[in-house]
Design a protein around this ligand. Structure first.
Ligand code: SAH
Ligand code: SF4
Length: 361
């Protein structure tokens, strides 16, 4: 059995049952999987880790995804919008501390006002940083025209998770209406690629009703869509959401955590040159979570630089870490922690996905 597993890791292509076996690895097999992922990562993308300072613009959202704490229907949460000065100040912090890039994230809002606001912010951020700060957006499904306007204003990467590539599962975790249609999400991913963004997607791991087969299919989906970057992490239940009713049917939080790490490692092995984020939801479970993801193949980290109190009310899931990273001491601590994984934070670099560059050449 052991020999068989090490044979799987030698292969260049992987069947679905190989992937399921990799995702089920325990003990020594899991160690082999993690070691292989670390080797591939060093070979294809090197040992650099890139920072993206995460700025959570607003927790208003027009959608009602069944898993998410800031869904429209949750009237127990306070709603906020960062003002322009606060966003610019956070971007300036990232630039001064040589973060290389930032991510602007928010609930899904679609209006001319929102389009224009983001456009204005992008131009200001580009101006304050002499065009040096890279900007990734994570603002949900928008029209192709809006994606184009934001691209023209300076954004060059976009994150839009598919959440689950299994249509049935997608329908179970979203309301059944056109605002939450799977087909629309797919179309949005394709629009982003056509506009010219480096496109990131991802899934939640350990959702109710989800199987290892589904996760293996998610990995194949990411590969088949020619995705440049991935952020995926454990599903963490939130008590003010409809999915909370299934909390007793979930894998333990510990199991979800290790499965998420095996997803990262397996993804690194099969895709080789994409950017993979060590996501915050891992850190919500274990303070060492993001470092572990870096050890097993991730090469991007998104320190939260949302100012002050807002960080605590942008609550997608329970136990979201509220530690400030918009302070120089904490940034230095994070840089030192990453060194302990045998990797190095590359300050002042965009750290574009090598996959995106490789497919263009
Ligand atoms: N509104 C945008 C961006 C904000 S949500 C969008 O939906 O794309 C960002 C991500 O948070 C989502 O893609 C989802 O995968 C994740 N998320 C939401 N609720 C979560 C939960 N309960 N556990 C783990 N991740 C969650
Ligand atoms: Fe809104 Fe995104 Fe949460 Fe869905 S996942 S409710 S779109 S913030």
């Amino acid at each position: 059995m052991q020999k068989l597993f090490s044979h799987i890791l030698q292969q260049d292509s992987f069947s679905k049952s190989d992937l399921v076996q990799m995702l089920s690895a325990k003990g020594n097999e899991q160690t082999l999987l993690f070691d292989k992922a670390a080797q591939i990562r060093t070979h294809y993308v090197g040992n650099k880790v890139y920072f993206r300072g995460l700025i959570e613009l607003s927790n208003h959202c027009r959608k009602n995804c069944f898993y998410c704490g800031i869904r429209k229907g949750n009237n127990t949460t306070h709603r906020y919008v960062l003002n322009d000065e606060a966003v610019i100040e956070a971007a300036r912090f990232a630039y001064t501390n040589r973060f290389g890039s930032i991510v602007l994230q928010a609930g899904e809002l679609c209006s001319i006002r929102q389009t224009q606001r983001v456009e204005r912010l992008l131009k200001q951020i580009k101006a304050l940083s002499n065009g040096e700060l890279g900007v990734t957006l994570s603002l949900g499904e928008q029209s192709k025209d809006t994606y184009q306007r934001w691209f023209d204003a300076g954004a060059h990467r976009y994150l839009l998770r598919i959440e689950s590539s299994n249509l049935d599962l997608y329908r179970k975790i979203h309301p059944n209406n056109s605002l939450h249609a799977f087909e629309r999400r797919l179309e949005a991913l394709k629009d982003l690629q056509n506009v010219g963004y480096q496109v990131g997607t991802g899934v939640m791991i350990g959702l109710p009703f989800q199987t290892l087969d589904d996760l293996a299919d998610d990995l194949r989906f990411i590969q088949s869509m020619d995705i440049d970057m991935v952020g995926m992490g454990p599903y963490i239940e939130h008590k003010d959401t409809p999915l909370y009713q299934y909390k007793d049917h979930l894998m333990s939080i510990e199991e979800r955590y290790w499965l998420a790490l095996r997803m990262v490692a397996t993804l690194r092995i099969i895709t080789k040159d994409i950017n993979i984020a060590a996501v915050t939801a891992l850190q919500a479970i274990n303070p060492e979570g993001r470092n572990w993801a870096i050890r097993v193949g991730a090469n991007v980290i998104m320190p939260n630089i949302t100012p002050g109190i807002y960080r605590n009310i942008y609550k997608l899931y329970e136990n979201k870490p509220t530690i400030s990273q918009n302070d120089e001491d904490n940034t230095q601590t994070l840089i030192n922690q990453i060194k302990t994984t045998g990797n190095e934070v590359a300050l002042g670099e965009w750290g574009d996905s090598p996959h995106f560059k490789n497919k263009k050449t």
